[in-house]
Design a protein around this ligand. Structure first.
Ligand SMILES: [Zn+2]
Length: 148
């Protein structure tokens, strides 16, 4: 019986991996976590991240957050643009470009070294088990009252 269950599990994981590799949705997350795993993405960071940082990372990687880019995509807001500067209002805009959220940006950028995108920050945290990136993003968002 264990052999049968093991084969079913193997085939199920292979099917899942195939769909994940060839799908159209979740490509940002796929670029960070291309290999499926039955453990959560933060398994290697357990104990290093707070619950708030885990939620923040999950929302960034899934591209599901309370900013106009996502809210417009799901039909909640009429525009995907930033009301302050009329640029596409996604997380990268908030973290790296919007003049309305400048407080603490220097500290965020310096703590993330040469990285200029949330994808790179998430990938670095997941691949190298580096929690300081999520901590810096969480602090920046709290300082600028950015809500997810
Ligand atoms: Zn803006």
């Amino acid at each position: 019986m264990d052999l049968v269950l093991s084969r079913i599990n193997e085939q199920s994981m292979a099917c899942w991996q195939n769909k994940w590799s060839s799908g159209n949705l979740g490509r940002l997350c796929y670029s960070i976590v291309p290999e499926i795993d039955d453990r959560p993405w933060f398994a290697g960071l357990r104990g290093l991240l707070s619950r708030r940082e885990i939620v923040l990372g999950g929302r960034i990687m899934s591209n599901h957050y309370g900013l106009n880019a996502h809210l417009n995509r799901i039909g909640i807001t009429y525009t995907a643009m930033c009301p302050e500067c009329n640029e596409y209002l996604n997380i990268d805009h908030v973290l790296f470009r919007c003049p309305a959220n400048a407080a603490g940006r220097h500290e965020l950028v310096s703590s993330c070294f040469e990285l200029t995108g949330s994808r790179d920050i998430c990938a670095l945290a997941v691949e190298r088990k580096r929690n300081s990136s999520f901590r810096a993003i969480e602090k920046f968002c709290r300082t600028n009252n950015v809500r997810f």
